[in-house]
Write a protein that binds this ligand. Structure first.
Ligand SMILES: [Zn+2]
Length: 163
């Protein structure tokens, strides 16, 4: 089992906090089988509120489960409980781990942010829900603060964490 952190990096404009709508947020990944090296060509989603792959051996299942279509090895991924963290204005322009996964037989290699992000404006500004970051940026206007808000230069990376 390997613990892998998803780090994001973005420029926040007049946004003090960016987070996922955890635990319902779906992390869209391309996943590599660590046994044979096959990378799935389709996107898979991992959500903390969903469990799949239940069996008599694993009655609670996993947040994500599949069999590698090349080597048939079982692959599973779980969101580590309480590992979700917000990305804040102080983090702007730097990589920060926003969630950690327990990966068995698998390694996520690509991430697509998609929808389900929540951003809170600075001071007493608006909260924007269900933001779509599939184009890697987002812009809107905060009526309360009378200012432009936005997220740009979105990047991600995965890091292996020590056990
Ligand atoms: Zn495989």
């Amino acid at each position: 089992m390997v613990k892998i952190g998803l780090q994001i990096n973005a420029q926040l404009e007049n946004i003090e906090e960016l987070k996922t709508n955890h635990p319902d947020y779906r992390f869209f990944f391309k996943i590599k089988c660590t046994n044979c090296g096959e990378v799935s060509d389709k996107w898979h989603d991992v959500s903390e509120s969903e469990r799949v792959g239940q069996s008599s051996r694993v009655p609670n299942g996993f947040n994500f489960y599949m069999k590698c279509k090349i080597c048939s090895r079982e692959i599973s991924v779980d969101v580590v409980e309480h590992s979700n963290q917000s990305y804040t204005l102080d983090d702007s322009g730097k990589f920060k781990t926003i969630v950690t996964f327990d990966c068995r037989g698998a390694e996520p290699v690509e991430f697509s942010p998609q929808t389900g992000w929540i951003a809170k404006s600075v001071e007493n500004g608006q909260v924007f829900e269900d933001i779509d970051l599939s184009e890697d940026d987002w812009a809107d206007y905060d009526e309360k603060n009378k200012s432009a808000v936005g997220i740009s230069e979105f990047q991600f990376q995965f890091i292996k964490l020590k056990k």
